[in-house]
Design a protein. Structure first.
Length: 238
């Protein structure tokens, strides 16, 4: 598959799409799109046929994160071509220098998964299920209740998120601490997997992100493990 720019004309109930391939950008293999099923909201049947589909996603940041297109390749395009492709204009990076937290001295650990969830007995089974699936994938799984390296709890949480390859956030019960921790993870650029027992508990600002809805029982935990395993595999392999 190759990057291209397209225009569309709608007349009555018909839409005509015209496109031109962009030779300056690399071809994207089918396997590359397959690993982005989650981000691009691609259903399994969509990978079995050639068709047009409209997706409500910001495409180029997703392709850059997946190493299918580089920022240098986008910057090499003329401003006019970037605008026609819908590529975001290059911006100077904003330095992240928090004042509430101290930046940890460690580095991101490629096998570390952190779980942000309410500290309540009702969530014990869920956390054990996440530990199980992480163990089966050769990953380490921790929540903030298992870390005590600093005098302040929030510093331990920040350090755990900072060191994590992936952060799982359980938004069930609309716990404000989990909302706060998800914001930290997003700011640090850590991929977040949202899970929830009731979709109404997903914050409005995050409704456009895909999430996993589960039931808090043995069968629900089994389904959760089956759904979250391939997502974890995709993220830790990047």
């Amino acid at each position: 598959m190759s990057a291209h720019r397209s225009t569309s004309v709608k007349r009555s109930n018909e839409v005509r799409v015209e496109y031109v391939f962009e030779p300056a950008l690399p071809a994207i293999p089918v396997a590359g799109f397959a690993q982005l099923e989650w981000e691009l909201k691609i259903g399994n049947w969509e990978m079995n046929r050639t068709h047009w589909a409209v997706k409500d996603v910001d495409l180029f940041p997703i392709l850059v994160e997946a190493d299918l297109v580089t920022e240098d390749q986008l910057r090499a395009l003329s401003t006019d071509r970037q605008a026609r492709l819908g590529a975001p204009p290059p911006v100077a990076p904003v330095p992240v220098q928090p004042t509430v937290f101290r930046m940890p001295e460690g580095v991101q650990e490629p096998d570390l998964v952190s779980v942000m969830m309410p500290f309540q007995p009702a969530f014990d089974g869920i956390y054990q299920s996440l530990q199980q699936v992480c163990g089966e994938l050769g990953l380490r799984c921790f929540n903030a209740n298992e870390v005590w390296d600093e005098n302040e709890v929030i510093q331990d949480i920040f350090s755990l998120i900072y060191r994590s390859k992936v952060v799982i956030c359980d938004f069930s019960t609309r716990n404000p601490n989990v909302f706060y921790e998800a914001g930290i993870a997003h700011t640090l650029g850590r991929p977040v997997i949202p899970i929830v027992q009731n979709s109404e508990h997903i914050p409005f600002d995050l409704r456009h992100h895909r999430y996993i809805e589960y039931q808090n029982n043995d069968q629900g935990w089994e389904v959760l493990r089956a759904q979250i395993a391939p997502r974890l595999q995709t993220l830790v392999q990047r």
